[in-house]
Write a protein that binds this ligand. Structure first.
Ligand code: CU
Ligand code: ZN
Length: 159
């Protein structure tokens, strides 16, 4: 049962090579958002997983812009002080290519000034190095490679 004031959102993930899935977003009373769901059609292993700034898929996942970064920080791990709000780290796909996702994060609210509603969630081809890989892209994208799946985060009935 959803508590009063609870905000819910949903994203349907589509992409290359049968990457697909669905994610639910549920913001709790303390402002933390729980991201829960499943993405299929992935290569086994780690895949970078972020909120990108734009809910624009006119050119597929490539038009979703950079990582959502309202505080102008460098890229990092979800547990870092220095991170983009959209930095959710990695998801892990098993040998069956399925990633079961359950992430709790305080920087991705569904309401207010830094809301992620109308933005996109993106899954990448490669692992996110969490800003520590020493690559020229580590501090901006985590060097996570191509965007293999994405979906726009839309408001869902809270009932
Ligand atoms: Cu990304
Ligand atoms: Zn980032």
């Amino acid at each position: 049962m959803a508590a009063k004031g609870t905000v819910k959102a949903v994203a349907l993930i589509t992409g290359d090579n049968n990457v697909r899935g669905s994610l639910q977003f549920l913001q709790d009373a303390n402002g933390a958002t729980h991201v829960k769901g499943k993405i299929m059609g992935l290569s086994p292993g780690l895949h970078g997983f972020h909120i990108h700034a734009l809910g624009d898929t006119t050119n597929g996942c490539n038009s979703t812009g950079p990582h959502f970064n309202p505080l102008s920080k460098n890229h990092g791990a979800p547990s870092d002080q220095e991170r983009h709000a959209g930095d959710l780290g990695n998801i892990f796909a098993g040998p069956d290519g399925i990633a079961e996702i359950s992430i709790m994060d305080k920087q991705i609210p569904l309401s207010g000034q830094h809301s992620i509603l109308g933005r996109a969630v993106v899954v990448h081809a490669d692992p996110d190095d969490l800003g520590k890989g020493g690559h020229e892209l580590s501090k901006t994208t985590g060097n996570a490679g191509g965007r293999i799946g994405c979906g726009i985060i839309g408001l869902q009935s809270a009932v």
